[in-house]
Write a new protein. Structure first.
Lengths: 345, 273
């Protein structure tokens, strides 16, 4: 059953379209990540769902009810902002109790619910603290609790961990995932970090220029990116522009059999799927650099035309800079006119 | 070695400024303060012949002094209150909304302070004369209100602008309407800076003389107006000196409050620092 329906929503700011004819349906209890570079319209879309922006055209429905023009205070959504936006003139308890008080709940009920939600986010007993005394991670937990305590139908998170360090970010996103699954709350999570999206999401919506590039399960987005943009944005991807003639893709010396019609094409190969072997003849490329990461090594390869590729290998010792090599992609995809025309996996 | 030398060097510039400031600020205060507690002080003696509270009893026994104190306090309170009611919502509108003529209107508040004030007052007095506002309480309230507009718009505008919009949005998100957001989030966040503006406008109004004299005289007599007439008309210096000391009290209390505000940095923020 769908909780959130976004139909043909467009948002224009003077001349530019931040969100352009966007359509998405989110199911009950689903966690959807809106992923894209800055300026892709993901935050604007989230703000429209929260009621902070009004769509120029299109319809947003929550539980079948049209909320397109409903102000944020009357929507069953809860938003967590990137800057946590805690009210610094109130302590933690008052921050969480504010919304409950507005709903006219009795004091003991408010106390019970605030304490329960603080427990849930791992901040039991922090009610009397001032928000400014908390660390960045704790502040963001309070912000999350402030939304959760009102039991919203849809939880909206706008890059909530972007200002935290890598280590804390990873821990908090695991906690968010745990809480989300325990409460089975429908969640939209905006991020520009592809690792965050891959780790969290039931479904990833990759956005670009206000439109959907691909909406699919994380593993599908990773293994079968629908467009070269998605391929380049998620994980590391080698993209090589070339031409196909007689069932063979070629870019300077680098050629691969590609059973598609003649014409231009973009070849996409993950570093872990790009095998390298010592050159049998003149060699397709030269090794530029070898970096040993302990568990694996990354070999930087330079094609005769100057294009750089990356290959992941187990052993750094087998390779050295300047060495001539041949390239053997084990799995790859090919794109033409912004659509996949071939997959070899 | 070189360091020890520089540390021992005497900061003559600093001493010069400290002494100069002391002379300019403290000395006149000291003289006025001494006069207020002097019973007899004849030339050429450097210190008064006789100290005492004689003129305090005499000054505070006068009915016109007490009515001037009451008048000044009620005027300053009324002006500050009205100014807050008018200016704070206007300041919020300037800070958060975009409307045609916003910038021109915003800078128009400078106009009242950009020209010689007395000319403006005389022109207003002409208008007030035909409106029968001359010599009335509300006439003085109106003229003093004009003087507070600049502080009470500009400082709160900066205060409101420095309130994080996300905080307001978060309050909308948990169910507060626009008015509730202003009352529970925006106003407390901007609170210290706005308190400074209110304080400035209260003290400024309390000491305001030209408008109160031109519009209010002779029926409305504020403390500063009374003090000027004492200084001009009385051969006894002490009356004026006692009133001066009395007039320090509100600014002293204001300073005590302002210290808390200024130390939190919001006062400086109000001026865009």
């Amino acid at each position: 059953m769908s909780v959130l329906d976004i139909k043909n929503v467009t948002k224009s700011f003077s001349t530019t379209k931040a969100v352009d004819d966007f359509t998405l349906t989110v199911g009950d209890g689903e966690l959807v990540c809106l992923l894209g570079p800055s300026g892709s319209g993901k935050s604007t879309l989230l703000r429209m769902i929260g009621g902070f922006e009004t769509p120029t055209s299109g319809v947003i429905t929550i539980d079948g009810e049209d909320v397109t023009r409903v102000p944020p205070e009357k929507r069953p959504t809860g938003m967590v902002f990137q800057s946590h936006a805690l009210w610094t003139h109130m302590n933690v308890f008052k921050n969480l109790a504010f919304g409950l008080k507005l709903r006219g709940l009795p004091a003991d009920e408010i106390k019970r619910r605030v304490e329960a939600v603080l427990e849930l986010v791992g901040l039991g007993g922090y009610g009397h603290r001032q928000t400014t005394q908390l660390s960045g991670g704790q502040q963001q937990r309070v912000a999350l609790a402030r939304s959760l305590v009102l039991e919203p139908k849809i939880l909206l998170l706008d890059e909530p961990f972007a200002s935290l360090d890598q280590h804390l970010r990873e821990r908090l996103r695991e906690e968010v995932r745990d809480i989300q699954q325990r409460l089975k709350i429908t969640t939209l999570f905006v991020t520009h970090g592809q690792d965050e999206a891959l780790a969290l999401a039931d479904r990833i919506v990759v956005m670009r220029d206000g439109r959907t590039e691909q909406a699919a399960r994380p593993d599908v987005v990773y293994r079968e990116p629908a467009t070269p943009f998605v391929a380049g944005f998620i994980g590391t991807m080698n993209l090589v522009d070339g031409t196909v003639a007689n069932g063979r893709f070629a870019h300077s010396g680098f050629t691969v059999p590609l059973p598609v019609g003649d014409g231009a094409a973009t070849l996409a190969v993950r570093p872990e799927a790009l095998e390298i072997v010592p050159a049998s003849g003149a060699g397709m490329a030269k090794i530029h650099r070898v970096t040993d990461y302990g568990t694996h090594a990354i070999v930087d390869i330079e094609l005769p035309g100057g294009v750089r590729l990356k290959s992941m290998t187990r052993e750094a010792r087998d390779w050295s800079a300047g060495q001539s090599i041949d390239l053997k992609p084990r799995a790859f995809a090919a794109y033409r006119d912004n659509a996949a025309i071939h997959r070899s996996n | 070695m070189a360091r020890a030398l520089t540390e021992r060097r005497i900061d003559w510039t600093g001493i010069f400024f400290a002494v100069a400031l002391t002379l300019v600020i403290v000395f006149p205060l000291l003289v006025v303060g001494t006069w207020a507690f002097t019973n007899v002080w004849r030339y050429p003696s450097v210190i008064p012949q006789e100290f005492g509270l004689k003129f305090w009893y005499q000054t505070l026994a006068r009915a016109d002094v007490w009515s001037a104190i009451t008048m000044s306090l009620s005027l300053a309170t009324m002006v500050t209150l009205l100014s807050a009611i008018i200016c704070l919502p206007a300041a919020y509108a300037f800070a958060r909304m975009d409307f045609p003529g916003r910038n021109i209107l915003f800078f128009s508040f400078l106009a009242g302070h950009a020209f010689p004030k007395f000319g403006l007052l005389v022109a207003i007095a002409g208008i007030f004369l035909s409106l029968n506002l001359i010599g009335t309480f509300w006439g003085v309230v109106l003229i003093q209100l004009v003087g507070t507009l600049l502080f009470m718009i500009w400082i709160p505008v900066a205060a409101f602008q420095s309130v994080d919009r996300r905080m307001e949005e978060a309050a909308r998100d948990v169910g507060a309407g626009p008015f509730r957001v202003f009352w529970s989030i925006t106003l407390p966040q901007a609170g210290p800076t706005i308190a400074a503006a209110v304080l400035l406008s209260f003290v400024g109004t309390f000491y305001e003389t030209e408008g109160a004299w031109l519009i209010g005289a002779p029926q409305i007599r504020t403390l500063p107006v009374l003090m000027i007439s004492f200084i001009n008309n009385q051969p006894v210096i002490q009356y004026g000196a006692v009133l001066s000391v009395l007039l320090w009290i509100p600014s002293f209390i204001a300073l005590l409050f302002a210290r808390r505000v200024i130390s939190s940095g919001s006062f400086a923020r109000g001026f865009g620092a």
